[in-house]
Design a protein around this ligand. Structure first.
Ligand code: C2E
Ligand code: MG
Ligand code: MG
Ligand code: MG
Length: 281
């Protein structure tokens, strides 16, 4: 780079911006390759019914390990996928792979394995792809009823009411799927959508759950979300439960489901199947 007489500060900033751009471009190329070469896989984190203490569903979470063993976190590659448009093939792959895996579990258990699978849909993906037909095809191709799928949306998908999003949400609902609002409480959104859209579950963001037991303000926010959900006839999931004590408190407060390291980390598909087989035995 040309070292001009400009201030060191400006230079540092420009170098920084350039490095960021180059890194992102590198990751975009690598991610494109990873999708084509099937370097992505789904892991499955149990979501438990806090009252019955059984697994109710598994959230499908994408993982990317390169052939030389480098693990990229979704927090790094999902934004790159969104900015580059790769979220469309990645998202289609996740929907198909989740359906294929669920059908495989059913086959191994000799019938409906009794759990749902929850797939994340990003706001950009909802804007750029026609999601409902993609979900319908994945269900049909794998012989699954619509009620075996939960779709997790974020408030950013509906902020500003982008055209077509309500239609998409109603079309997904018409397939029989469950709709969950992910990271609830972080979206700075007008809550009017809760009246208009057929949302089944509010997923309380981890930031309110982590450290909740020592923080009266967090408890107040969680209680408010639980009472809002109850009044609207919605179920609730608390994400990021890292201690059993926290899970017990949330159960006592009336939260429907819990997810977090206290119960299980995201599992490889085989380990999730083993858990289902053990539960049946
Ligand atoms: P999310 O949908 O809110 O998923 C929950 C995240 O919390 C996951 O991170 C999960 O591993 C993590 N988690 C679960 N329990 C605990 C806990 O007890 N403590 C802590 N500290 N973390 C916990 P992960 O797998 O890194 O995914 C991050 C985000 O990336 C997801 O947040 C989701 O927004 C996005 N993502 C992952 N896979 C996909 C995908 O296939 N498609 C789309 N569109 N987004 C995805
Ligand atoms: Mg999620
Ligand atoms: Mg979440
Ligand atoms: Mg989250």
């Amino acid at each position: 780079a040309k070292r001009a007489k400009s201030t060191g500060h400006a230079e540092t900033y420009q170098d920084h911006a350039f490095v960021r751009l180059r890194e992102q471009f590198g990751m975009e190329t690598a991610l494109r390759h990873a999708i084509e070469q099937r370097q992505l896989r789904l892991t499955f984190q149990p979501i438990c019914d806090l009252r019955t203490r059984t697994v109710s569903s598994f959230e499908a979470l994408a993982r990317w390990t390169t052939p030389d063993g480098v693990e990229h976190a979704p927090a790094d590659f999902i934004p790159v996928a969104e900015e580059s448009g790769l979220i469309v093939p990645l998202g289609r792959w996740a929907i198909a792979e989740a359906a294929r895996t669920l059908a495989m579990w059913d086959a191994r258990l000799g019938g409906d394995c009794g759990v749902r699978v929850a797939v994340n849909l990003s706001a950009i993906q909802l804007q750029r792809d026609v999601i409902a037909p993609v979900v319908a095809a994945a269900l049909r191709d794998n012989g699954l009823a619509g009620d075996r799928f939960t779709l997790e949306l974020t408030e950013s998908a509906i902020v500003g009411d982008p055209a077509g999003i309500a239609d998409t949400i109603h079309a997904l609902k018409a397939l029989g799927t469950t709709l969950a609002m992910d990271d609830f409480g972080t979206g700075y959104s007008n809550l009017a959508y809760l009246q208009k859209l057929p949302i089944d579950i509010l997923k309380i963001d981890r930031s309110f759950i982590t450290g909740m037991l020592g923080d009266g303000d967090k408890v107040a926010i969680v209680r408010a979300i639980l009472s809002l959900a109850q009044a609207l006839g919605m179920r609730t999931t608390a994400e990021g439960i890292e201690t059993l004590e926290l899970g017990q408190t949330l159960a006592a407060l009336g939260c429907t489901y819990g997810q977090g390291y206290a119960y299980a980390r995201p599992l490889e598909a085989d380990a999730a199947l083993q858990l289902l087989l053990n539960a049946k035995a």
